[in-house]
Design a protein around this ligand. Sequence first.
Ligand code: ATP
Ligand code: MG
Length: 384
Amino acid sequence: MREEGFTVSQSLFNVLVIEDDLRFGGLISRTLSASLRPLYRTEQARTLGAALDRIREGGFDGVVCDLGLPDSRGLDTLRELCPRERPFPVVVLTEFDDELTGLRAVREGAQDYLVKTEAEVSILPRVLAYAAQRKQDEQRIRKALELKKQFTAAVSHELRTPLTVIEECLGTVLDDPGQDESQNRRVLETARSNARRLAHLIQSVLDFQKFESGRGEFEWAPNYIDRIASEEAARIMPEVRRKKLQFVFENDSDLPPVRSDRVQIARVIHNWMSNAVKFTEKGEIRSRVFRDGRFVRFEVSDTGLGIREEDLPKLFQSYEQIVPPGTARKTGGIGLGLAIDRQIIRAHGGQVRVESTYGKGTVFSLSLPVSSAAADDFKMEYDR
Ligand SMILES: Nc1ncnc2c1ncn2[C@@H]1O[C@H](COP(=O)(O)OP(=O)(O)OP(=O)(O)O)[C@@H](O)[C@H]1O
Ligand SMILES: [Mg+2]
């Protein structure tokens, strides 16, 4: 099943027709086959059981379903067939003296209904295409509402915590002026670091929303990823030394430049390198930039905590936080860091990947496409 469901510009639309009346099923298939845009391909199932088996195998863009089947009747059929998260539209067929059931079906999650007459079936091609569009809009709204819910939950908790700390710190200083200066200073430092954390969280939310809505602004230029990686490695070196870790740096020679936003790529590389250092207590961090077919790839591996297999799919999801091994609770954060990293790399036409063995270490990698046309378009601003 395509992730996004049918789009009106798509040329081929696969329909599952669930109808035990073979004659009527045939009429539906013939009517749909006569449509040229989109082109419909139909498959028939005569029972709900057979239909559900086929749906599990995937590959459908829409379903047309009679509500009177040998193994299921009326709205029960619909409930089985279309839990709201299903990505495809369902159009139900009702007997011609039973429009009420059709209307109820729409309320229960079907996108439309048709009465079982030849005249109504003749408009099915258009009905299905619009139903698909409505389903897609519904999915989009559902996703936006889900994001809003996660956002509210994350914000109310994560923003409140540093704010409370700041308030307490200021209270300590203001309410007890007799404290010595160094004590006051320590309290104010705590307030400042919490204010910074707050600013970082707010910036993450704003960035995430901007990228998510496609409003991210990028300054495109030809950049050498190995150079960016070297600069970021230098920035985290003090922390590497403090933790007495080894840092191994490897770059292919003669790597081509990549059309990219230097600041944004640096931000991703910095986060991954600093994560590698943060979650590693002994051993080494290895950074590598190399050519991989049409891509330039950056990879950072560590010999640290690793990530549990069940957490890997959550890692790049927005507002998802994992509980790192060895700690009782989630790290203080809003769960957007890696989600933003992925948005940035996707906006570059690239891909992110993570592999990890729990207790052994983790490898994060990103690949950015080398477009010869794009590279030729630019004049190199600096020599290597
Ligand atoms: N190299 C790694 N090894 C083990 N766990 C990691 C590694 N990189 C990321 N993680 C896990 O993924 C989580 C999310 O990483 P992310 O960079 O988004 O946030 P963070 O590092 O906790 O906070 P921030 O980047 O905002 O300071 C981390 O908290 C950690 O649990
Ligand atoms: Mg991080």
